[in-house]
Design a protein around this ligand. Structure first.
Ligand code: THU
Length: 141
């Protein structure tokens, strides 16, 4: 991914984080998912008083995209941290979100960008985060 595109995606994730609905954890997450056609789908975490219905920012972005007909993706930028504080840590995606990525992305090429800011980020391919993952090819090949 070009540096400029990476930084733009992080900016979109930071903006999406502002919409986080996280009254229980106080931990705000934003994500921006880049589809192969160039469209960006953003997401935030959405918590629930019953706790388990909570949806992570990454899955919000994926489900928005898939529900609008997109199934091919290049990269996702993720930012997360406690509300009201500057982001001090990289928010790597949870296991469930990694599995959702595995459903729609090529693990060798899909880029997971975790960021503290537009200038400070790390990039991992999905395969590094979910080695030997179970995916659609297990059922078809
Ligand atoms: N969360 C995400 O949005 N993405 C992750 O990958 C990890 C966790 C959210 C869920 C919950 O609202 C809050 O962060 C604390 O776990």
């Amino acid at each position: 991914m070009e540096k400029e595109i990476t930084e733009k995606l992080i900016a979109r994730a930071l903006k999406a984080r502002e919409l986080s609905y996280s009254p229980y954890s106080g931990y705000q997450v934003g994500a921006a998912l880049l589809a192969k056609d160039g469209t960006v789908y953003t997401g935030c975490n959405i918590e629930n008083a019953a706790y388990t219905p909570t949806n992570c920012a990454e899955r919000t972005a994926f489900f928005k995209a898939v529900s609008e007909g997109k199934r091919d993706f290049l990269a996702i930028a993720i930012v997360g941290g406690p509300a009201g504080e500057t982001i001090a840590q990289y928010a790597f995606p949870c296991g469930v979100c990694r599995q959702v990525m595995m459903e729609f992305c090529d693990p060798r090429t899909f880029e997971v960008i975790v960021a503290k800011s537009q200038e400070e980020y790390r990039i991992r391919c999905l395969q590094e985060l979910l080695p030997e993952g179970f995916g659609p090819s297990n059922l078809t090949e």
